[in-house]
Design a protein around this ligand. Structure first.
Ligand SMILES: [Zn+2]
Length: 478
């Protein structure tokens, strides 16, 4: 597998720490608002990577955090530690406790992920009845469950001499780390980090780029709703320590891949890396990979503050979630996408044209064409070359291979694309059967044959027989 490594600034061969296995951490959503279309791109892109790694035979150990601690970084590009606590604010707006805000928005994340065919970090289809109460079983880690790990990691960083304390907070002293700005190559002095507000809040802070490891419940934050005891007094962790603590606690001091959006590079990931070195004396992440921006039609970065829309709003325009997935799947993660209604409509038209061509192949599913499976794998391994993948689909549809084998091959590709290409509404197969078929597809991808057999039997009970081609599955009424 080859991917673009942000630090090395080139496409590199991924050499897993443990042969045949990939440990992967994905920065997840902040759960005090409904995620918007700009957030969604990352989750679709990294879902495709996850599925591709499984398809290529890797055992993937992946986790994704849920930021349910209200953090101060005001989601701007400057990493301002002294913004307003959004979780607290939203809790006041909605008149409920911060943790209930988090739970509520975790459920909306699950809902959006389900609609978009995004697998859970554990590599399973997200069950319809999964709610915030059981997300940990599916590979999500909630920040509030790891406060003690964050505290012990901060203690290690402190023991190693990378911190200083003020009346307001414990800071990471970035001047102690020579290659702090390895991602951007910026000089520290170039980094204008919300200077004005911070200086007015904490005059003891040494360098604007120094960031909070632990914020004390004093001064501006004396009424902060979520807080915990710590060696530095009652308070709450900085945002960045959350990801460093959870990733290394669960995946180990060294792990393979860390994903995120390019917006995380200059502050969040720069700081995560600094903390790992501060605690362990070495970096923890072997490959940092980032997806590019989703831009508005005005070529601006799409963000919450600029009114980016959440998924349900976009679907109201008469679109299918698969139109959105198609848009993000068909373009490489390293390419900027200009997002507009026209772009969505374009994606919808291409997707519908593709489904019609697939439907014209009939319903018999034959055997996959090994030569094309190999070609498909090569395209995935080539930095997830999606234009190559769609090129292969076109080739197949124009080819002289038996229709049923073409169908089986394209269905097999869809285990990675996740575009519901097997969906045949006019056949009258009800939603429930479709759902079970989808689950079985995922079980097979996970090589969970007990589960796959159970689902086959379940479908049999409901009056359908499953036929497995070399890889693809089809069903017929008994
Ligand atoms: Zn993160």
């Amino acid at each position: 597998m080859r991917l673009y490594s942000t630090i090395e600034k080139k496409v590199v061969e991924i050499e897993p720490i443990k042969r045949g296995q990939i440990s992967m951490y994905s920065c997840g959503p902040t759960v005090y608002f409904r995620m918007h279309i700009g957030n969604i791109r990352a989750f679709v892109n990294w879902d495709v990577l996850h599925r591709a790694l499984m398809y290529l035979g890797y055992k993937v150990n992946r986790i994704m955090n849920l930021t349910d601690v209200g953090h101060m970084s005001s989601n701007d590009d400057f990493g301002n530690d002294f913004g307003e606590d959004k979780m607290d604010k939203q809790a006041r707006v909605e008149g409920i406790k911060p943790i209930d805000i988090a739970n509520k928005y975790i459920d909306t994340v699950l809902d959006d992920f389900r609609k978009l065919n995004i697998l859970s970090p554990s590599g399973n289809q997200i069950p319809n009845d999964l709610t915030f109460t059981d997300v940990e079983k599916y590979g999500w880690s909630r920040a509030t469950e790891y406060i003690s790990e964050m505290i012990s990691m901060i203690q290690r960083i402190e023991e190693n001499g990378y911190t200083y304390e003020t009346k307001q907070a414990l800071y990471f002293d970035v001047s102690k780390l020579a290659d702090y700005n390895i991602f951007t190559g910026q000089e520290l002095s170039e980094k204008e980090v919300g200077v004005r507000e911070e200086v007015s809040v904490d005059t003891e802070k040494k360098n604007p780029a120094d960031f909070v490891l632990w914020m004390k419940k004093v001064g501006k934050y004396r009424d902060h709703a979520m807080n915990w005891p710590s060696p530095w007094g009652d308070g709450f962790p900085g945002w960045h320590i959350e990801c460093s603590a959870m990733s290394t606690k669960i995946l180990g001091e060294y792990f393979d891949i860390h994903t995120g959006g390019v917006d995380h590079i200059p502050v969040h990931h720069t700081n995560e890396r600094a903390q790992n070195i501060g605690a362990f004396g070495h970096p923890s992440v072997k490959y940092w990979v980032h997806n590019e921006w989703l831009l508005s039609s005005m070529e601006e970065k799409i963000s919450k503050s600029k009114g980016a829309q959440p998924l349900p709003e976009i679907l109201k325009l008469g679109l299918d979630p698969m139109d959105i997935r198609y848009l993000f799947v068909s373009i490489n993660y390293r390419t900027k996408i200009t997002f507009s209604l026209d772009a969505l409509k374009g994606a919808r038209n291409s997707r519908l044209a593709l489904t019609r061509r697939i439907e014209s192949l009939g319903t018999n599913v034959g055997n996959v064409i090994p030569e094309y499976i190999e070609k498909f794998k090569r395209e995935l391994e080539n930095n997830l070359n999606m234009s190559g993948v769609f090129g292969l689909i076109n080739e197949l549809l124009k080819s002289q291979f038996p229709k049923e084998d073409v169908l089986a091959t394209i269905y097999d590709f869809d285990r990675v694309l996740g575009l519901d290409l097997q969906k045949r509404e006019e056949e009258g197969i009800d939603k429930e059967i479709e759902e079970i078929l989808k689950q079985r597809e995922i079980a097979r991808l996970n090589k969970n044959f007990t589960e796959s057999d159970r689902l086959r039997d379940l479908i049999y009970e409901k009056g359908y027989r499953i036929k497995d081609g070399t890889n693809g599955q089809s069903i017929e009424k008994i």
